[in-house]
Ligand binder design. Structure first.
Ligand SMILES: Cc1cc2nc3c(=O)[nH]c(=O)nc-3n(C[C@H](O)[C@H](O)[C@H](O)COP(=O)(O)O)c2cc1C
Length: 180
């Protein structure tokens, strides 16, 4: 799949088919994650692959906005190390986005769920045996999609400022293809 197709086609998926995800695909997504940029190329990221239903249920029970982790056949937990890098959130966020786009290219659906600084981060760390020094940035549900949500974006013109903040103008939104 073309990169722009993946970028434009990705949507957060919260309903999944009852169909396992091939381990090879999971590994491809994780490998794509590790090719993200990181400050000083520090790569202080770790990922837990959760497939066991009992553990997914526990995570789903405590994450107020992530109940569907009980239904997605895979949950990836993204861990960063604030003691090793003050840019751990940026590094890990870039890696997670790579993972979401790789999943899209492989026909999988995903949804990013924020965890860091929520009341359930510590509880999740206990469930997953995460060492004290590491943080959970987010969990990502992954599986074959059972929905095709339509969600738009605000106009580019409203987000872009030219030379100084506040200087905006109409923009004809570009067509995203790798050939142009
Ligand atoms: C940092 C972050 C935290 C998010 N947390 C949740 C969450 O807890 N539960 C959820 O269902 N979606 C969550 N999302 C997904 C967003 O709701 C979603 O990306 C947004 O509505 C845009 O929809 P789209 O991803 O389909 O384009 C999160 C996304 C990000 C980037």
């Amino acid at each position: 799949m073309d990169l722009f197709e993946a970028i434009l086609g990705r949507r957060s998926i919260r309903r999944y088919l009852d169909k396992p995800v091939e381990e090879e695909k999971i590994l491809k997504c994780l490998y794509a994650a590790t090719w993200a940029p990181s400050a000083h190329n520090s790569q202080h990221w770790n990922f837990i692959v959760v497939r066991e239903l009992e553990i997914r249920r526990k995570l789903a029970d405590i994450h107020r906005w992530g109940r569907f982790m009980a239904e997605s056949p895979v949950v990836i937990v993204a861990l960063g190390n604030p003691l090793k890098s003050s840019f751990w959130r940026e590094d890990l966020g870039a890696a997670v986005e790579n993972m979401l786009l790789a999943a899209q290219a492989l026909g999988l659906g995903t949804c990013w769920m924020g965890v860091a600084d929520t009341p359930y981060e510590e509880e999740m760390k206990k469930i997953l045996g995460v060492p004290e020094n590491l943080r959970i940035l987010c969990t990502v549900s992954m599986g074959y999609p059972a929905e095709r949500p339509i969600r738009g974006r605000e106009q580019l013109s409203r987000k872009v400022h030219w030379e100084k903040y506040g200087v905006q103008r109409e923009i004809k939104e570009p067509t995203l293809t790798s050939s142009s």
